[in-house]
Every structure is written in C-alpha cells, then in structure tokens.
Design a protein around this ligand. Structure first.
Ligand SMILES: Cc1cc2nc3c(=O)[nH]c(=O)nc-3n(C[C@H](O)[C@H](O)[C@H](O)COP(=O)(O)OP(=O)(O)OC[C@H]3O[C@@H](n4cnc5c(N)ncnc54)[C@H](O)[C@@H]3O)c2cc1C
Length: 291
C-alpha cells in the first residue's frame, strides 16, 4: 500500500529533480508552503498518499525584496510577514488587505499568497488583488524558469498553469508610483473566517485629476478570478466620476458568471460585485489623494 512521504529539498534544482523523479515513477507529489490548504486537503476523503515536498527552507522562496527597483515576494513568505512590512503596505495596500483577510492571525503566520494562488480556489482572496496589481509569476522549471501573468496562472477550479515538474518560485511586481494605489474588498455573509461571496481588486493611476491606468479584477463570481478590461476602460480618461464608477461596476457584473449556493444566489453575487467594484475604486482613489 502507498504511503505519504515528506521531503525538504535544499535547492530549487533539487526540488525540480524530485518533482521529475516522482513523476517518472508515476507517484503523485504536492508542494507544501504554509500548509493551511494542504493539511485540510490531506484529511479529506479521497486524498491519495503522495510525496509532500516542503519548499519553506529554500532561499529563493523566502526572498522578500521591496525597493524602488521592484518587489519580489517568494512563495514561502507568510502573509504575516508581508502584512507587517511597512514599505510594502504603503506600496500595495490592496494586496496586503487581501492577504490580511485570509483566515486568522494564526493562519496568516503560515499561509502564503502564492499558496493561495496555486490552490486556485475561485474565492481565493489574494488572487484578484495580485491580478489588479499586475503580479508576474516566476515559475521554476527543469530548464530554469519561466514567467506568466497572474491572470493567466489559474486555469480552472483548483487548477493552475504549472506543468508537471514545475513549481511557483514567487511573484514579481513593479514598485507603484505615488500616483498608483490599489484596493481589495470582499463580501462575506459572516464577519469572521468565511470565504468571499464576491471580491474585487482595483489598481488605479491618477495624474492631473484623470485616471491614466486601471486594472480591475473580480473573484468568487466565476470559476477563476479574472481581469475585467471593460471595467478599466470605463475608468481611463475620466476623473472617476459617478458615471465612470457605475459603468465599471456594470462591466464587472457583466463579466461575472457566478454560481448560486448557500452564501447567495448568482443574481445577488452579480449585484454585490458591482457595488464592491465602485467602492474599491473610491478606496484606491482616496489612497492616491492621501485621504
Ligand atoms: C481556517 C482557515 C481560514 C481560511 N480563510 C481563507 C480566506 O479567508 N480566504 C482565502 O482566500 N483562503 C482562506 N483559507 C485558505 C488558505 O489559508 C489559503 O489559501 C492560503 O493562502 C494557502 O497558503 P499556504 O501557503 O498555506 O498553501 P499550502 O496549503 O501550502 O498550499 C496550497 C496549495 O497550493 C500548492 N502550492 C503551494 N505553494 C506552491 C508553490 N510554490 N508551487 C506550486 N504549488 C504550490 C499546494 O500543493 C496546495 O495544493 C483559509 C484556510 C483555513 C484553514
């Protein structure tokens, strides 16, 4: 009978080799970051024995760089660490408010935003925020590494774009200018420890009173979090007046294809995503204005 195995490789190349070796032997593997999803999954019926590969000790996945040259958040850096990084908090308040919504303080001591992305839940809170912020995923491969945009990483419910033998090393983000700020808002039926009924991440650049760039991403209202270019188009060139906000909200509503479940009907989720979009735009705009 198959049993679980645990490995903690000491380098990226060793990790990739271990993934390849297990694949060639027909044995399943699963990367372990914070484990806040993995351990729950291991207790679920139908989780088959496999090799758990712990990436928490790798130097590359523990990298956290925040400077004018750019931002790098390694795949093993827990939410609690990024949430307490003052420069990161002022640069990407929206991404951090999404990370700060994941579970509790205890969960955030382990959970990573890269784990949240790899887990590919439609309701993963950090995913719309990182898409809005323009995050690029750096993926370790047998040949070295490759990069894809965060909006292309999740390809279905619980499915991501990693090929066998690959794992996510970390996220690269540009350091936003003073005229660029982000925001993330979600709605849950309960105030504590519940998953989103809808979530919206927004990143805006405003110069001379006009919105010059925008990225709007929605979560929990479709099989995957997604960028809504039509919402951004409704904002760019405007002074973010009520009409522009309304059109952006309606674009999010039109892009959404939610399910109905115990947390809310599809119709309700569509209404909520439009409201959250408008509110997140206001929050990001106020941040740019220093309000
Ligand atoms: C009590 C509780 C409350 C929660 N609340 C929320 C919430 O409010 N919002 C929310 O979005 N989530 C929530 N979660 C889910 C979970 O905490 C998050 O998804 C978390 O961000 C996962 O990060 P992790 O580092 O623990 O991932 P892990 O559990 O280590 O991994 C998650 C998945 O991604 C894979 N993986 C992880 N890292 C990599 C990598 N670098 N490369 C390839 N694959 C990788 C793993 O194999 C696994 O399939 C909650 C969980 C619990 C237990």
């Amino acid at each position: 009978m198959e049993s679980y195995a645990y490995a903690a490789p000491s380098s990226v190349s060793e990790t990739v080799a271990l993934l390849a070796q297990n694949a060639s032997e027909g044995r399943q593997t699963q990367i372990l970051a914070g484990g806040t999803d993995v351990l729950v999954q291991m207790r679920a019926a139908g989780h088959t024995p496999r090799t758990i590969i712990d990436i928490k000790t790798l130097a590359e996945t523990n990298r956290l760089d925040v400077s004018a040259d750019g931002i790098y958040i390694g795949a093993a850096v827990p939410s609690a660490v990024i949430n307490e990084h003052a420069l990161l908090r002022s640069a990407l308040p929206g991404l951090l408010e999404a990370a700060d919504l994941i579970g509790s303080t205890q969960i955030q001591g382990r959970a990573t935003i890269c784990g949240n992305l790899c887990n590919a839940s439609p309701a993963g809170d950090s995913i719309p925020a990182m898409i809005a912020a323009g995050a690029i995923c750096e993926i370790a491969t047998a040949a070295g590494s490759r990069e894809i945009a965060a909006e292309d990483f999740v390809v279905g419910v619980g499915r991501n774009a990693l090929a066998p033998g690959e794992f996510l090393l970390g996220l690269k983000l540009a350091m936003p200018s003073a005229e660029t700020k982000d925001a993330y808002l979600r709605f849950t039926p309960r105030t504590e420890m519940d998953i989103a009924v809808a979530g919206v991440g927004v990143s805006l650049t405003v110069a001379g009173g006009r919105c010059t760039q925008a990225r709007v991403a929605i979560g929990a209202v479709a099989p995957t979090a997604m960028l809504v270019p039509e919402a951004a188009e409704a904002l760019i060139g405007t002074d973010l007046n009520d009409t522009a906000l309304h059109q952006a909200g309606e674009a999010c509503k039109a892009a959404a294809s939610p399910i109905s479940d115990k947390r809310g009907t599809a119709e309700y989720r569509k209404k909520v995503v439009a409201v959250l979009c408008r509110r997140a735009i206001v929050v990001a705009h106020q941040r740019i204005q220093g309000a």
